[in-house]
Ligand binder design. Structure first.
Ligand code: NAP
Length: 482
């Protein structure tokens, strides 16, 4: 093969990191198709008040594009988006992106050994290699509650925040208490007349004050040699220690849960509110929430924590199972994403005509989260079992980008047309991966990491350093080259 033509779907951190890596190694024929009008993926769409990353920026950034001028430990959405835009501009990636091009179908033709990628507006792109970087958290999920369509007030999902709707003085319902909600609930509580927070499950919390860095800290990070690197290393090890706690719920996990519980008790002085907000599952099974502002917000006089299940949506608001109606002007759905459906609603058709949806009928799986047998020269980024509960997803994306680049180098160097993961290799790595969940906190509850069969399809079962180790060197013998 000469210079392969590469199509990347998605211009978030995943697609951009793949494009950077490939360009750095001489792959120049790259097109990135993006459904949104701007780049950034999750950071483009999630602009709710208080949106920030709860992974510190020195780690939640590319290893080769470190910054010494982050405004605080965990940067706000606008700062992260600006960072990604700057990196994409400086590295010549922005020009490769075709915006407002939602992809509807990708189909592999075994005759030509090429992919055809079609977009909703009707364009078609041919590719020798296809990289699907649509992420796990791109499709908002709103629960199919009875009466949903009858609500007469205003409503929106946290990932599609309606900035034109002024919440000041309104009666607001927030449904859901995950990582997104705990960031925007304190902001909404500040302006709303009344805020009812509908919680299905209480969560485990750890502190995050996230104040703007003092001038002294900023100067130290900027000017003290090695401090930036030390900070990144420390944060990396801290994140690995969270995974350690999740992997060992009966030992280290207990200690971490005690720390969380002590913090939560301080944050929730009212015993009744504390009882209702308390989690009933193993520490680390769902995402640990980092906030020093959310729990105290629940104690505000204008805020109600509602723990009765929601029975239905009425024209006036929400009715809970105890028959009580909660009239509101606006419902904000903080109910997460259709994470386990991965590339849907795109139809991705492999060599034998079957779709990824068919192949993943019993749960998504892919070798190292990237390669699926029967889908030649196709790679996923942030695919099945590559989410992290304790680390930085950017770290995983960089590892994936380097692995994919090596795969394409092999293809190019060997003069082959396509490569396909061996089904036995993929099945064995999936078995091994799933077995590693045994005894971990992840198995201790239901969460968005599981699909409808209960299989954990979102998360990597180990540490960041293990994933890097597994992906560092592309094993050509795992693939069939044609
Ligand atoms: P999420 O974690 O999936 O939370 C959804 C919330 O909605 C949960 O509290 C869930 O309750 C609740 N819910 C879902 N369906 C419901 C229903 N029918 N009735 C009542 N409650 C319902 O979604 P998210 O908060 O948007 O976060 C998703 C992921 O995005 C996070 O886990 C994280 O990986 C990422 N994220 C990261 C950051 C960051 O700073 N790094 C920030 C935001 C999001 P149950 O717990 O009972 O299911």
């Amino acid at each position: 093969m000469g210079a392969p033509r590469i199509v990347i779907v998605g211009a978030g951190f995943g697609g951009i990191s793949a494009a950077i890596e490939l360009r750095r190694h001489g792959f120049d024929d790259i097109t990135i198709l993006e459904k949104a009008a701007g780049l950034g993926g999750t950071w483009f769409y999630n602009s709710y008040p208080g949106a920030a990353c709860d992974v510190p920026s020195h780690l939640y950034s590319f290893s080769y594009e470190q910054r010494r001028d982050w405004s605080r430990l965990c940067s706000p959405q606008a700062e992260i988006l600006r960072y990604l835009r700057d990196v994409a501009d400086e590295r010549g990636i922005t020009d490769l992106i075709r915006f407002s091009q939602p992809v509807s179908e990708c189909a592999f033709d075994p005759e030509s050994g090429r992919w055809t990628v079609r977009t909703e507006p009707g364009a078609a792109y041919e590719a020798d290699a296809l990289i699907l970087a649509t992420g796990q958290l791109s499709r908002p999920s709103v629960p199919a509650l009875p009466g949903l369509e009858d609500f007469a007030g205003h409503s929106f999902h946290s990932a599609r925040w309606d900035h034109d709707y002024d919440l000041t003085g309104r009666r607001v319902a927030v449904v859901g208490t995950g990582a997104s909600a705990v960031q925007f609930v304190p902001e909404v509580a500040r302006v709303a007349a009344r805020l009812s927070v509908f919680q299905r499950t209480g969560n485990w919390f750890l502190p995050r004050r996230n104040r703007v860095y003092s001038r002294l800290v900023r100067s130290a990070i900027r000017y003290v040699p090695g401090l930036q690197r030390l900070r990144r290393t420390f944060l990396f090890e801290y994140c690995e220690s969270l995974t350690l706690a999740i992997r060992h719920p009966r030992t280290i996990g207990r200690v971490a849960a005690l720390r969380s519980a002590a913090f939560m008790r301080r944050q929730l002085p009212d015993p009744e509110l504390r009882r209702r907000a308390w989690p009933d599952y193993t520490f680390g099974c769902k995402r640990i929430l980092f906030s020093s502002h959310y729990l105290p917000t629940l104690g505000r006089p204008n805020v109600d924590l509602v723990t009765e299940p929601i029975a239905e949506v009425t024209p006036a608001g929400l009715r809970t199972a105890d028959g009580r109606e909660h009239p509101v002007d606006c419902i904000i759905w903080g109910t997460g994403f259709k994470a386990t459906e991965f590339v849907a609603p795109m139809v991705v058709r492999g060599g034998a005509g079957e779709t990824l949806e068919d192949v993943w009928r019993d749960g998504a799986h892919a070798h190292l989260g990237m390669s699926v047998p029967g889908f030649p020269s196709m790679f996923l980024m942030y695919g099945p079992n590559t989410n992290t509960s304790g680390g930085s997803i950017i770290f995983y994306l960089e590892a994936q980008a380097a692995y994919i680049r090596q795969a394409l180098e092999h293809l190019r160097a060997g003069g082959h047309r396509v490569l396909d993961i061996r089904p036995d290799v993929e099945a064995a790595s999936d078995r091994e991966l799933q077995a590693r969940f045994a005894g971990t906190a992840w198995t201790g509850c239901d969460s968005w990491y599981r699909d409808r069969h209960g299989r954990i399809v979102a998360n990597w079962p180990g540490y960041m350093r293990e994933y890097l180790e597994r992906t560092r060197t592309f094993a050509a013998s795992d693939y069939v080259f044609t």
